[in-house]
Design a protein around this ligand. Structure first.
Ligand code: HAM
Length: 485
């Protein structure tokens, strides 16, 4: 290779994958503060943290969230992950390569069924565990864990919370990422004989919502709106959906292609539409609140009463149907300022029946929410709650070999007492060192030169005021710590 050629080959610069992002300091300190507040508050409501895997079987989400929904359908990141299935796929690809034409069925396949599935891309015929997914949400995982660890044996209800990354292959925009973070809580209960009815469920829903609103208030999200709704249960919702479908078919021509498709697949989702031209039509559609069965109507009434008792302010929104299949009765969402079109910072609802549908104990109920942490942080930043750059408490300026070891032990002692310390690895001229200390937002510089080492009197400079004093070495720690109370 010539010298010129070598020069022209530059190492590739790797960039973020679309929809991904890095969160850097000082912003991360705001994230830590928010997460800390969640740990503290959720504990005070009796919730314990659950740490869940990021990878689950794809079917877990398809069954619970629903393949007709975006989250459990086209946005799910999944792949085939089993040596058996991968071998089958490889063999199909290899044959395709060999014949360099459209592959026909392999001659004597070791597992014809699997090969055919891999060939056709028909993943439904693969075993459930052959396909795994990056979790798009965590409610399904919490229910899976509840069943797997037989948590119905524990005192009920079981209160769990989680935080961590979720993945959805959606079109990225402000406040919408392909990897995003949620802080969520779930309250799951397998009723004992003679257990609670809808009255107590409504009080539980209200307490979970109260915890959520308290959390937002505590982290400083001032401008928020809580919307609530009831979407009925398996008694009344199917009837309402049929009615809605009939009415939608009458006005079909006025709807866009997405809504038209949803009339058949998931008519409730038409109510979610933000398309300007569809709003007038949607407003004229029958409302679920007028079609709830008696227990659902009573439950919804009791929910509102329990929210009032707790002083939680809400607005009713009959169009709040949520984009996941597992909800029944209570649904809620919180929107915040400064987020543009992606203004939902939290969504949640009741999902009685989900645990049972996933093979868990009969009659198990659930209610929970998930906060979009990325959006919460964005909204806090928009409202001026930016984190201050993380400055250092102390910068140690040292000059000369004798001062080096004292600088190291001083840094160790200060760090042990909780101070953040910058200790330059090389000796610096005093002017440069103090300049660097100021750039790092340091409060105090400890100066250790030959004189200080000889006299045992260290020079301590307060950078904001420029004042400087000599401190006896034994009193240094105390003196510095007093500057931070
Ligand atoms: P979800 O409404 O799909 O509900 O998501 C909850 C929150 O996650 C949203 O309100 C939003 O703030 C945030 N979020 C969703 N997608 C994105 C994205 N692509 N980028 C940034 N933030 C996003 C659930 O996930 C349910 N599991 C909530 C739940 C828990 N229901 C009962 N228990």
């Amino acid at each position: 290779m010539s010298e010129d050629e070598a020069k022209s080959i530059r190492p590739r610069r790797y960039r973020l994958v679309r929809g991904q992002r890095d969160v850097l300091p000082p912003e991360t300190s705001l994230w830590v503060r928010v997460e800390h507040a969640a740990h503290e508050l959720f504990h005070s409501f009796g919730f314990g943290e659950i740490r869940l895997p990021i990878i689950e079987t794809a079917e877990l989400f398809e069954k619970s969230v629903g393949t007709d929904t975006d989250v459990g359908g086209k946005e799910l990141y999944y792949w085939v992950d089993s040596p058996r299935a991968n071998r089958a796929i490889k063999s199909v690809r290899w044959k395709a390569k060999m014949t360099a034409s459209k592959v026909s069925e392999p001659d004597s396949p070791p597992n014809a069924e699997l090969l055919r599935a891999a060939h056709a891309g028909d993943f439904d015929t693969l075993a459930e565990t052959d396909r795994v997914a990056l979790r798009p949400e965590a409610t399904a995982s919490v229910c899976r864990a509840y069943i797997e660890h037989e948590m119905q044996q524990l005192p009920q209800p079981v209160r769990l919370y989680y935080m961590g990354p979720m993945f959805r292959r959606d079109r990225p925009q402000k406040g919408r990422y392909r990897q995003f973070y949620q802080i969520g809580a779930e309250l799951i209960e397998t009723p004992r004989p003679g257990g609670y009815g809808w009255m107590e469920d409504a009080a539980t829903d209200a307490e979970v919502i109260e915890m959520l609103v308290t959390f937002f208030t505590r982290v400083g999200l001032s401008d928020m709106t809580l919307y609530i709704n009831s979407i009925g249960d398996k008694e009344c919702r199917p009837r309402y959906i049929e009615l809605l479908r009939e009415e939608l078919n009458k006005v079909k021509d006025g709807l866009g292609p997405d809504s038209q498709k949803r009339i058949e697949s998931n008519p409730l989702r038409v109510l979610d539409s933000k398309i300007e031209e569809e709003q007038r039509i949607i407003e004229s559609l029958p409302r679920i609140s007028e079609h709830l069965c008696e227990p659902c109507r009573d439950h919804y009434k009791a929910l509102k009463h329990n929210l009032d008792l707790r002083g939680v302010i809400y607005q009713e929104n009959w169009r709040l149907v949520r984009g996941l299949d597992y909800y029944m009765r209570t649904t809620f969402e919180i929107t915040a300022k400064g987020l543009g079109s992606q203004n939902a910072v939290c969504g949640g609802g009741r999902y009685d029946g989900l645990v049972e549908m996933m093979g868990g104990p009969k009659g198990t109920k659930g209610i929970g929410f998930a906060i979009g942490e990325d959006r919460l942080i964005l909204s806090l930043q928009e409202s001026g709650k930016t984190p201050t750059a993380q400055g250092r408490d102390v910068y140690i300026v040292w000059m000369g070999e004798n001062a080096r070891s004292i600088a190291i032990s001083t840094a160790t002692d200060l760090r042990a007492s909780g101070r953040s310390v910058e200790l330059p690895v090389v000796e610096q001229k005093i002017g440069k060192a103090l300049g660097q200390a100021a750039k790092l937002g340091t409060k105090i510089a400890v100066i250790l030169g030959e004189d200080e080492v000889a006299s045992g009197q260290y020079t301590v400079k307060t950078l904001s005021t420029g004042t400087q004093e000599k401190i006896q070495k034994d009193g240094l720690l105390d003196f510095i710590n007093r500057q931070f109370v």
